[in-house]
Design a protein around this ligand. Sequence first.
Ligand code: PHE
Length: 351
Amino acid sequence: MFPHERVVVRRGPESGLPIIVAVHSTSRGPAIGGCRLKSYPDWRAGLSDALRLSAAMTDKCALAGLPHGGGKTVVVLPPDGAWSRPAAQPLHGDASRAAAQPPDGDASRAAALHDVGTTIAELAGAYATGPDVGTGPDDMAVIGERTEHVFCRPDRSGDSSPATAAGTVAALRALCEHRFGSPDLSRRSFAILGLGRVGGAIAGLLRDSRLVVSDLDESRRVPGAAWTSPEECLRADVDVLVPAALGGVLTAATVPTLRCAAIAGPANNQLDRDDTAALLYDRGIVFAPDAVVSAGGIIYATGIELRGRTPAEARADVEAIGDTLGRLLRAAAAQGLPPAEVARRMAATAA
Ligand code: PHE
């Protein structure tokens, strides 16, 4: 069976870039999922990312009890990350003047975001987007010039990364209670892999703990935290590894090198494949499924923008991620199964 309800792959009419919108499921309600703007080797790699990430969003919404399904948008930037000149000149305005101007990163970015907005508008409410790797609230405002179906504009619920970080920390408390017998995070050590909007906020919330951190961007160093390369960070000798960058870091090759006792982070799709959960389980490493841990952003944004929650109520909803994870870890332990497998089954029943 083809698992996705609808997948749009098109060359953006304004940007010339490949624009991919994958709607995995709307069976619980309209699909939601962020807009990723990132370099890929080619558009096919962007498509496979969109397919996997949108399916993960379906599980994330189901496990968080949200009336939504999963979707994802990917804007495929060339491998070197450079913005290329738009393929076509604007239909309106002075084409000769436009042609004389050098390629402009901001204009190209706006063109790509407008292409995303146009594509989402054509889906007529089946899918709404939000920020993701490479995009933020200001970009959502630009998408919002073409469609209403976009979360986290600065004048709406705004930046969702503090909520995603708070949800991750709630999950870390539940995980530490389960694994070490106490939710007190100041007694624990963490390795945070990736210091973007969410990873950086988590580092701030964990400032009383012993931290090892890493990012490809050296300017993101955190005062008081040990700075390492991403490779060292992944196999740091800490209580908990917190993957907060791109997915796929847990593989048959990396699991044997890990020295942490548990893993919980906001990165989407941390396991390269489902079976890797069994490798972690066999090593006695407790893996908190990212579909549960990373739901803070969507819980907060949809609560404020669709369900009339006040910011305080929405923050309390985000904290409940800790209860959800605690229940899941206890159920998995009782059944003698990896938590990721139990989460997958729970999501499948709910989706
Ligand atoms: N990046 C968010 C996620 O993966 C996407 C998102 C945030 C979508 C907020 C809607 C609102 O969950």
